[in-house]
Design a protein around this ligand. Structure first.
Ligand code: BMA
Length: 367
């Protein structure tokens, strides 16, 4: 199904509503993207995503047309993943050095060619000024949501800056570009200041509520919201749902699950996918939402056929709409999650991307 067909369907739905005498409102950009994601789900397709894919990769950065996924498959990933870290302090570049203006331009180009953009946010610690991994400062989330506190004032400003950046992503016709936003991710782990033992369940949910409230107050209507626990402290559906911010605040039930330890780690990875992606899929089905593997990868890919022999068998029975690989760092030689030409896992990645359920950009016959 291509975007034209999706728009036709949305238009037909609007016409039906108007015939039934109900007032017709044009679907928001977020509703349009959500409709597209539901169609992927119905068709049992899985979009391939890659973080910072067009900004830099193994051995190159900021090269026109650059993309490690494209170098291997001839196509861009369908999902371009970006991070907003440092938008909160009004920096010109995000935490891995990508200029926000570059992101704005590339997100628009990707949208124009039919792709989807997704954002995470590794923001700073509002108490200490340290990074997302700085868990010091004492009750940071509690202070960030406490009405009237100075930290809350700062948090509101930071969320406003994130909202305004996302709200400022526009198409050539002036309409907003729909995106997926995945704030407060991997909160079941302990490494971020919003992680599991750094705040109570109520405080974490209050942080989500504050975030949504500020986006909504500013009229930001181009966001599809994703919830994405990590495999840590997340073996059961109850654990997956423990800090769920509520159906009215979430559209995508996500999961971040990485592979560690090469060949020896295969069984553990498969089991983690079963637990966390399994929970995401079950909860999504119960709520009429969609599920996604919002981050994954095996750093530097030590198992040559990891994509087709380990990853695909682990996910194939789950109706997820996307699989997003983390970044191929330009500066850290061993920090990459998609192979590049000449890497031993390159042929296997291409074979994975060519599987009938996997979608790269512009495969309109499939979508
Ligand atoms: C981590 C690593 C870091 C990076 C961070 C935010 O997983 O890739 O090098 O700074 O994500 O993108």
């Amino acid at each position: 199904m291509n975007m034209k067909t999706v728009s036709t369907l949305l238009l037909s739905a609007a016409l039906l509503a108007s015939c039934s005498g109900r007032p017709v409102e044009a679907p928001t950009p977020a509703a349009q993207l959500l409709g597209r994601l539901h169609l992927l789900r119905e068709r049992n397709m899985i979009a391939i995503g890659h973080h910072d894919d067009v900004a830099y990769g193994h051995g190159w950065e900021y090269r026109a047309g650059g993309s490690d996924v494209k170098a291997l498959t001839g196509r861009y990933p369908l999902l371009l993943s970006w991070d907003l870290g440092l938008i909160e302090v009004d920096s010109a570049r995000q935490l891995d050095g990508v200029p926000f203006e570059f992101i704005r331009r590339q997100a628009a180009l990707h949208d124009a060619r039919g792709g989807i953009n997704t954002f995470s946010w590794h923001l700073r610690n509002p108490v200490t000024g340290g990074d997302s991994w700085d868990t010091s400062g004492g009750g940071v989330v509690a202070r960030a949501v406490e009405p009237g506190s100075a930290v809350r004032g700062k948090m509101e400003l930071w969320i406003t800056r994130a909202a305004d950046f996302i709200g400022s992503l526009r198409r050539a016709d002036g309409s907003r570009i729909p995106v997926i936003f995945r704030p407060w991710h991997e909160h079941t782990g302990e490494w971020f200041w919003w992680g599991i033992n750094r705040c109570s369940r109520e405080e974490y949910i209050a942080l989500w509520a504050l975030t949504r409230e500020i986006f909504d107050r500013r009229g930001i209507d181009n966001v599809v919201w994703a919830y994405s626990p990590d495999k840590s402290n997340c073996s059961t559906v109850e654990e997956y749902m423990d800090r769920y911010p509520g159906d009215e605040r979430v559209d995508i039930m996500g999961a971040d699950v990485y592979h560690f330890d090469g060949e020896r780690g295969n069984a553990v990875f498969t089991e983690r996918i079963r637990c966390v992606v399994g929970a995401a899929v079950r909860m999504a089905a119960e709520r009429g939402k969609i599920a996604a593997l919002t981050e994954t990868g095996s750093e530097s890919i030590p198992v040559d056929d990891w994509f087709t022999r380990v990853l695909y068998p682990a996910i194939r029975d789950y109706p997820i709409v996307s699989v997003t690989f983390w970044r191929n760092s330009y500066r850290m030689q061993r920090h990459f999650y998609v192979p590049y030409p000449g890497h031993p896992a390159a042929p296997d990645f291409s074979a994975f991307a060519a599987l009938p359920r996997m979608l790269l950009l512009q495969e309109t016959t499939h979508e």
